[in-house]
Design a protein around this ligand. Sequence first.
Ligand code: GAL
Length: 456
Amino acid sequence: MKFPKAFIWGTATSAYQIEGAWNTDGRGPSIWDAFCHEPNNVYNNHTGNIACDHYNKMKQDVALMKTMGLKAYRFSISWSRIFPQGQGEINEKGVQFYSELIDELIQNDIEPWVTLYHWDLPLAIHNELNGWLNKEVTDLFVKYAKLCFERFGNRVKHWITFNEPWVVSILGYGQGVFAPGKISNSEPYLVGHHLLIAHAKTVKLYRNLFQKSQQGKIGITNNCDWREPLTNKKEDKEAAQRALEFFLSWFADPVYFGSYPQSMVDRLGARLPEFTIEERKMLRGSSDFFGLNHYTTMLASEAKDLEQISVYGNGGLSEDQNVNLTLDPSWELTAMKWAVVPWGCRKLLEWISNRYDFPDIIITENGCAYDDVLENGEVHDIKRIAFFKNYLEECAIAINNGVQLKGYFCWSLLDNFEWASGYSKRFGIHYVNFETLERTPKASSKWLKLFLESQP
Ligand code: GAL
């Protein structure tokens, strides 16, 4: 298994999941602070108040990456650490934290890949302006992004505007299981629309004012599972295709073609907002790379009877798609109950390449949670090693088949706050003892280190 020489190897994290220091040095609250502080939203009422205490252990964490020989690190900036109220006064201490992190990475030959939004909307914007339901928020995001380009763009050469707009829309405003915990069958489509517009405006600004002098790239990261047709029947194949369109093309079609997929237009009617001509133009071609977070696969079949729809898994608003999702009972499951299906990753990469004309793809997240335990100072996470090995093998095959896969970031550097699951799910390649906050490399991190040493 050899990858191209220039291949980017990294790990990923996000601000709320690892930083802690939720009210330190002037940071303002975000919707995730509010969501966690309200009882019964998160497993055992866990919060990100302390998380991995990365805010105070930043240098130690960069040293962990250095030890592993990683070339890149993807992290997110907390908007409310920079603008505690979401707009207005800048919190210089927040700027300083990220500036130091970036310097530390560069000094250690690790390239920073920066996500501007990994779900932690400043609470003031939610309370006062109704969050992403309000189109005005797109301009506030652009202002925040502009400040990041001004302060960090001389050193950051890879920007990701949004992490997983699907999750923000569906889990945050549709199913209500993530912050801000809203339930609706129309608001997700409005939220997604605004996220896309905010993305396009930000990219336009970056390209107009910064790209030439800073020589960086900018894109968006979408998440998608693979959908394999349950049978060879035409209607199941169409169901799988439709499920992928409602999942990934919802956000990727506007970015590559300037419009929503026809299947969504046909099925959603007035619930799917329309772009203006100007917005379409701004969206088309608004990503320098195709950021992809991929974790799992499900079987898709046509749901004839709406009653029959299984709401299990990442189906989104399944009733809008008439798709039934199931699992093959022979598939191994992770602690998240997500099926381990390495070939699904390859099929998805090939599907993206065909639909979007072979863009440069970066897997900005891939990984798995297991109930890791520390025994005599070691975590023998054999299953995680197999997961990485098998998924990477399929990535290598995809590259051989012509997929322009340029990088891979494993989720995650550390065990961390796994959103509504709190600290009960461990995705890290380093074990974190959440009482002492000590980090211990798991067997998988040692395996990855050896694997990277074997690469050209
Ligand atoms: C992604 C998300 C990450 C992480 C991961 C594992 O959807 O971007 O923050 O939580 O899933 O669940």
